[in-house]
Design a protein around this ligand. Structure first.
Ligand SMILES: O=C[C@H](O)[C@H](O)COP(=O)(O)O
Ligand SMILES: C=C(OP(=O)(O)O)C(=O)O
Ligand SMILES: [Mn+2]
Length: 446
């Protein structure tokens, strides 16, 4: 029998308040889909999940740096080989730059292979006097603004499972088959720094070149670097889906959510006594929790009590999304409280979700400089307090979309309309993603 085939024990989350869940019109169909999912093979394995925990424990200590990136909302439409490859390629390029900048390993985690469910600030959306349920991600309902598309359909969870599986399959082929070879990745970055907009990164790229030549001359076995570890993560929003994907590991008797290596709880569902925290408290995966600017030290300590009561290394990541204006004021208080508590966790900066604005043309967007300012604030606060800035978490795509303002290409408000393709939040495009990596690499060195 496979290590993760055994049934799981009953869950306690069902008694708790659960925010942001779809209102399915057909409860029987939901139960059928959940039963079907329960019988399907796991998407990830306990051993892989444990490896990620070890990597996260390193990041906690400052011996590795975490890079989490991918779409705000993956879509079924964009579940193509080209899209997956471009996104993976972007994350690997960023990781190569960061690895060199930090002189430490980079833990590469995609918001990929399962990022299909979205919390929303409003339950409904109104256009031209017509009000419909909000789009909640492709695993819940459809994006088109029609009454039919917006009805939540449990069948979509099965589609999401299958697409997550095919995405993971492709990721595994790319990262295990030599495509992610450091030499390849470095040559992609060389092309990037030749762009005049990125002149200031040229010397950095030359340094990496020199280091690679030195490694080659010193007889480093580059073939041993042909394979890279790449992990999948998503927001554990749909309780029925995550519960149905939970399996008991027959070796250890522990429960794992096998829908992804790492799961996180969003800012809107992180109540310490609520269902999402109860669900993830019961599984052995590394878990993240997003915390916004109103989070109190008491709330954070209560989350630690529930999610990492025994202070196990590599278990808990706190993803701060404070907004550039507030991070320097609100983060120190939380860090001090965690330090006094003593249980370890990994601090990761999400500089996207506290910095969303609406352009005068109506597009939901973010400014590159504001995003960078939040990352800078994150580093400043950690440096000042002597704690570890453990990683970054960004929304990105490998395409040349025009969703985030600024960056080396100086995308302005008029250009947003050119290629605005996201289904929910604006993403860094390929160039903006690499630019962030170079900037963060410089911060890591500083
Ligand atoms: O991705 C995150 C959330 O789903 C998103 O920021 C909420 O956006 P909304 O305010 O458009 O619902
Ligand atoms: C919903 C998200 O973030 P948050 O929970 O921090 O708002 C997200 O990561 O897309
Ligand atoms: Mn988002």
């Amino acid at each position: 029998m496979n290590e993760l085939d055994a049934p799981r024990t009953p869950a306690s989350w069902r008694d708790r308040p659960a925010a942001q869940q779809p209102s399915y019109p057909d409860a029987d169909r939901l139960a059928e889909v959940a039963a079907d999912l329960r019988s399907r093979p796991p998407l990830v394995f306990a051993g892989e999940v444990d490896s990620l925990r070890q990597q996260m424990a390193k990041a906690e200590r400052g011996d590795a740096f975490v890079l989490m990136g991918g779409d705000c909302a993956e879509s079924f439409r964009d579940n193509t080989a080209t899209n997956i490859r471009l996104k993976l390629q972007t994350i690997l390029q960023m990781a190569a730059v960061l690895t060199y900048g930090a002189s430490t390993p980079v833990v590469k985690i995609g918001r990929m292979a399962g990022q299909y469910a979205k919390p929303r600030s409003a339950d409904t959306e109104t256009r031209d006097g017509i009000t419909l349920p909000s789009y909640r991600g492709d695993s819940v309902n459809g994006h088109p603004f029609t009454p039919e598309a917006r009805v939540p359909d449990p069948q979509r969870m099965l589609d999401a499972y299958l697409r997550a599986g095919t995405t993971l399959n492709l990721i595994r082929s790319f990262t295990m088959g030599g495509y992610a070879d450091l030499r390849e990745v470095h040559s992609w970055n060389r092309g990037f720094t030749a762009n005049p907009a990125y002149k200031r990164f040229e010397s950095f790229a030359e340094e990496i070149d020199r280091a690679m030549r030195f490694m080659a001359a010193a007889g480093v076995d580059f073939d041993a670097l042909r394979q890279v570890d790449f992990y999948a993560s998503h927001e554990a929003l749909l309780l029925e889906y995550e519960d149905a994907m939970t399996r008991e590991d027959s070796r250890s008797g522990r429960l794992y959510d096998t829908s992804a290596h790492m799961l996180w709880i969003g800012e809107r569902t992180r109540g310490a006594e609520d269902a999402h925290v109860a669900l993830l408290a019961g599984v052995h995966n590394p878990v993240g929790v997003k915390v916004g600017p109103t989070t109190t030290p008491e709330e954070l300590l209560s989350l630690i009590d529930h999610l990492n009561p025994h202070g196990e290394a590599g278990r808990l990541t706190v993803i701060t999304r404070m907004g550039a204006e507030r991070i320097r004021d609100v983060l120190p208080v939380l860090i001090e409280a965690v330090r006094a508590d003593g249980r370890p966790l990994t601090w990761v900066a999400d500089p996207m979700h506290g910095n969303t604005i609406t352009a005068e043309t109506g597009y939901k967007t973010r400014e590159f400089d504001t995003i960078m300012d939040e990352v800078r604030g994150f580093f400043e606060v950690h440096r000042c307090l002597g704690t570890v800035p453990g990683g970054i978490h960004v929304e990105l795509t490998g395409d040349d979309v025009t969703e985030v303002l600024g960056g080396g290409e100086h995308i302005d408000v008029e250009r947003l309309a050119e290629r605005y393709e996201t289904l929910v939040d604006p993403r860094l495009n390929h160039q903006q993603s690499l630019e962030i990596a170079f900037e963060v690499a410089e911060m890591l060195r500083g």
